[in-house]
Design a protein around this ligand. Structure first.
Ligand SMILES: Nc1ncnc2c1ncn2[C@@H]1O[C@H](COP(=O)(O)OP(=O)(O)O)[C@@H](O)[C@H]1O
Ligand code: SF4
Ligand SMILES: [Mg+2]
Length: 406
């Protein structure tokens, strides 16, 4: 196992709920409530879970964009909280973030060159002033954009291209860790694949470690080495990608996987579908004991009084971390690793030249026409054919194997 770069220990973030003219604190939203994990050099840790379970808050805590209520984050063994001002600057350089929305996360009044080069203003020692324009152009090239478009504005790019700009900015300071908060969720499926491929390429070339936050389980499976499943501010299950997807032991993970759409209509009726009853409880008042007990079909008395630890539990092959008193493996859907499927419309390697050509259709420098979201990448995409597999959801259903588990 490579060395640990980033480590979260019992991270907690409670937001006060204030009411009345005196703005009295009447409670707390327990957005993140005791999350621990290690991130290893060069690996991708996927974080999945329903909206509101605390994924973005966790990302901000890891980056120290927010102070944790309790717990700590260490980077290469050094605790963020005890770091001097100088060390904090270095830590800020080594951990960068890419946000979900490529439409609002880029300042519309800044040129692409200024957006990508902005981190050099704060960390002036990374690239000397005279070399910055060239460095920005190298970064544009690295993320598959035309370096000559350095003076254009964000609105002149498609959604996928804007996310490439966000990624270029994220890697400008040569970070060791990139926190990616739903980096492809706002993009068309075909464009998602190209951006995911770009991120994998950059990881190989630059040795980056990713925390990849998303609610789309298939995208997370494709890119992740390990996956953590969050529920109401806590980690329900954490393991290698195939452990979590093929041998999930936590009922919540099993329910999430069973809700992944199945592309093959003939298999839809045969799947082991788990329908969860009730809404996600409020994080201001999470259920006692196991937070999932109000929706869990396996819940027993102990579940509402004793909180299950996230600890190694048997999964049929070995064991991996799960926070369930009654953890047992259940194969819900067999999710195929899409890297093995050829040819693959969704995860074809990105032909960056095509993209640049498509971008070149924008018109003269600085005065280009506005490009619709995804338009450039649509043009770059080969036309779909009858036999191109639809892998917008790379899952295949197999029969329920509950009875076969030892
Ligand atoms: N700044 C904030 N102040 C108060 N509550 C917040 C704040 N940020 C997030 N929350 C709450 O914390 C919970 C987790 O939010 P978030 O981390 O954004 O979840 P996710 O990214 O998984 O959708 C939600 O209930 C959200 O409303
Ligand atoms: S601990 Fe109990 S309520 Fe929680 S997931 Fe396991 S069986 Fe369900
Ligand atoms: Mg979020």
């Amino acid at each position: 196992m490579p060395e640990v770069v980033l480590s979260a220990q019992n991270l907690v973030k409670h937001y006060p709920i204030k009411r009345g003219v005196l703005r009295r604190t009447v409670g707390h939203v327990k957005a993140v409530d005791g999350v621990s994990f290690d991130l290893h050099k060069g690996e991708t840790l996927g974080i999945v879970g329903e909206s509101g379970c605390g994924k973005s808050t966790l990302g901000r805590l890891l980056m120290r964009l927010e102070e944790p209520t309790a717990g700590s984050v260490t980077f290469e063994g050094q605790d963020w909280s005890g770091a001097s001002a100088r060390d904090t600057r270095r830590l800020r350089r080594d951990i960068q973030i890419v946000f979900q929305d490529p439409y609002t996360s880029l300042n519309p009044r800044m040129t692409v060159g200024d957006i990508i080069g902005e981190p050099f203003e704060i960390h002036a020692d990374v690239v000397p002033k005279g070399g910055r324009r060239q460095r920005v152009q190298e970064l544009l090239d690295l993320v598959g954009l035309n370096p000559e478009h350095i003076n254009r504005y964000p609105h002149q790019f498609s959604g996928g291209q804007r996310q490439r700009i966000g990624i270029a900015r994220g890697i400008a300071l040569n970070p060791k860790v990139l926190i990616c908060d739903e980096p492809v969720s706002a993009l068309d499926v075909s464009v998602q694949a190209q951006v995911v491929n770009l991120m994998e390429k950059l990881q190989d070339e630059l040795g980056l470690a990713y925390v990849f936050i998303a609610h789309d389980l298939s995208v997370v499976r494709h890119i992740s080495d390990r996956v953590g499943v969050m529920y109401l501010g806590r980690m329900a299950e954490l393991g290698e990608e195939d452990e979590v997807y093929a041998r999930p032991t936590h009922p919540y993970t099993q329910a999430l996987l069973s809700a992944v759409p199945v592309p093959d209509p003939t298999l839809r009726g045969k799947r082991d579908q788990i329908v969860l009853v009730g809404d996600v409880p409020s994080p201001a008042n999470p259920p006692s004991g196991c937070r999932f007990h109000t929706r869990c079909w396996k819940a027993q008395d102990v579940c509402s009084t004793l909180e299950p630890e996230l600890e190694p539990r048997a999964d049929g092959h070995g064991e991996h971390l799960s926070a369930c008193h009654f953890a047992e493996p259940r194969l819900v859907v067999e999710t195929v690793d899409v890297t093995g499927i050829e040819p693959d419309d969704r995860f074809v390697s990105t032909d960056t030249d095509d993209l640049v050509d498509a971008g070149a259709g924008l018109g003269a420098e600085g005065g280009g026409e506005e490009l619709d979201s995804g338009q450039a990448e649509d043009r770059a995409r080969p036309p779909a054919t009858e036999d191109t597999p639809q892998v917008s959801d790379p899952t295949r259903v197999v029969e329920d194997t509950r009875d076969n588990q030892g």
